[in-house]
Ligand binder design. Sequence first.
Ligand SMILES: [Zn+2]
Length: 190
Amino acid sequence: MDIRGDNVDKLTYIMFDNSIYCIKIIIVHYVVRKIEMRCPFCGELRDKVIDSRGVHKGGVVRRRRFCLTCQKRFTTYERVERLSFIVIKRDKSREPFDRDKIITGIRKACEKRPVSYETIEEIVDEIVEQLQDIPGHEVETKVIGEMVMDRLKELDEVAYVRFASVYRRFKSVEEFREEIDKRLKGGANV
Ligand SMILES: [Zn+2]
């Protein structure tokens, strides 16, 4: 199933302008379209970028802009959106991959835990990166879930168990306890 044609218009792409490597990949995987940035103060489109730098490896670029109409300054965080892929759910229904959904799930698991929002973003960026080349552009939710769990395991035990309890849908308290016991015994490689 080729989703490329279908999803092109629904997604937004912003191109990095500083890397040959990125441009090469973009030709293959991305559709590139320059976004029109409206000034948040006056709503006009004409602005000038006065500073530009990457925030982290997930491909976010922070741009300081100067509105040519009202002369105010504002900041944009721009992300290269990859061409999406399809997620196959437990009931075999399919839906487009939704980055925000995963972020929300991980954030819940990391509530009141020492895991920064930036780290969560990085986890998801890494996963998305890995999923870019999956054959057929389709992946089962459980695969994504396991990928998240692998990372949470390393990061924070509590967040891991919380996430696992939702994702693996432990059928009983015993099953849940088994998982925790495994963790406590150091059986992390499950
Ligand atoms: Zn303005």
